[in-house]
Design a protein. Structure first.
Length: 356
């Protein structure tokens, strides 16, 4: 029994790492050819050690579910075409027992991917995302128009537009509201951040203190002041969430909920995907083992064709889940686990109908 487990796991590991190495190598070549002009602004050390040493782990984790699936389809169908599986089952080993090394291999890849998703990749992503922010600075421009958010407890700001380059907020308003009652309001036609003094300069400002029926009003054309936030409040990119590990991302999402961030859906997606995507490895590996363990006409090619169709279906459902979590009221936790639930049912059906 142990020899069978070792034999299958050895084929699994050897084929998987060979396939993913080839895919990553091809992807890196294409990525270099696509970004060759953009890389002029970086040194060779930055390109290799900062970008690609971060890009490769991220790409590995992204490709693992689908490539693990195709790996199992390939080497198991080859075993079936060489009539290796029939003698194994005929010797009295149950099909359930035959699937054990596949399950072990899937769990190992799941654990590796889970650890990478929550702990390793957020660290390596910092340099990759910093470089991509310079390459795609026009495509990844932060939308700082019509802002309305809570910056502290009971303290809200409203900004018509914020210019990141000049650190200017236009048509700015800050309000303090407690139990539905407005206690303080500060407005300015323009609010500029002073980098040297680390404060704000307000122009054409008005300040109101309200207490019951009493109101104190002051106004002026120019004023240096401070608030409970600085200019980094408007420089946060939605891609920063990809650089946060499991210990930081939960706290960050809770704060963004309080602030009413427009990117909250993206943040929740990132958190859920870090667990749901690795878990899909186990499901896809078992499906692959079941569909490719049967000897059929067409051999390896027929199994690979079926595998590609199932892989495309899985990617399609993942894309649907992403759109639903962004455009509808469906929570990301539900949307991203629906494909796994559906394919778990598919795995159970295929297992029950597989020849044993």
């Amino acid at each position: 029994m142990k020899k069978l487990d070792a034999y299958i796991l050895k084929k699994f590991a050897g084929t998987f790492f060979l396939i993913i190495f080839c895919f990553i190598l091809i992807a890196v070549v294409f990525d270099i050819s696509e970004k060759i002009d953009d890389f002029d602004q970086f040194t060779i050390e930055e390109i290799i050690f900062d970008y690609y040493f971060s890009f490769i782990p991220w790409l590995y984790n992204l490709l693992t579910p689908i490539l693990a699936f195709l790996t199992v389809v390939y080497f198991t169908s080859r075993m079936a075409s060489k009539t290796e599986i029939i003698p194994i089952l005929a010797s009295g080993i149950s099909f359930k027992r035959f699937l054990r090394p596949y399950l072990v291999g899937g769990i190992i890849l799941f654990l590796i991917s889970l650890i990478m998703s929550h702990l390793l990749i957020p660290i390596t992503n910092k340099k990759r995302i910093a470089i991509e922010a310079q390459i795609y600075r026009h495509q990844r421009r932060i939308d700082n128009s019509k802002l309305h958010r809570e910056v502290a407890k009971n303290t809200y700001i409203f900004v018509n537009n914020y210019n990141i380059k000049s650190d200017n907020a236009y048509k700015f308003r800050l309000e303090k509201i407690v139990d539905g009652e407005l206690l303080y309001r500060f407005t300015a036609s323009n609010l500029k951040w002073n980098h040297s003094n680390k404060n704000w300069t307000a122009r054409n400002w008005t300040e109101r203190f309200l207490q019951g029926d009493k109101e104190t009003l002051t106004q002026g054309s120019h004023k240096d002041t401070t608030f409970c936030f600085d200019n980094t409040e408007f420089h946060r990119s939605p891609f920063e969430v990809e650089t946060m590990d499991i210990f930081d991302i939960y706290d960050f999402i809770e704060k963004e909920k309080m602030r009413g961030s427009r990117y909250l859906g993206k943040y929740e997606q990132e958190l859920v995907k870090r667990t749901s995507n690795p878990f899909s490895i186990i499901i896809l590996v078992l499906i692959a083992a079941c569909i490719s363990s049967r000897k059929v006409r067409g051999g390896v090619g027929m199994h690979i064709a079926k595998g590609l169709l199932i892989a495309l279906a899985f990617v399609f459902f993942l894309r649907i889940a992403e759109i639903l979590s962004e455009k509808s009221a469906i929570p990301a936790k539900l949307a991203f686990w629906v494909p796994n639930i559906l394919f778990t049912l598919v795995a159970l059906y295929i297992y029950r109908t597989s020849p044993k």
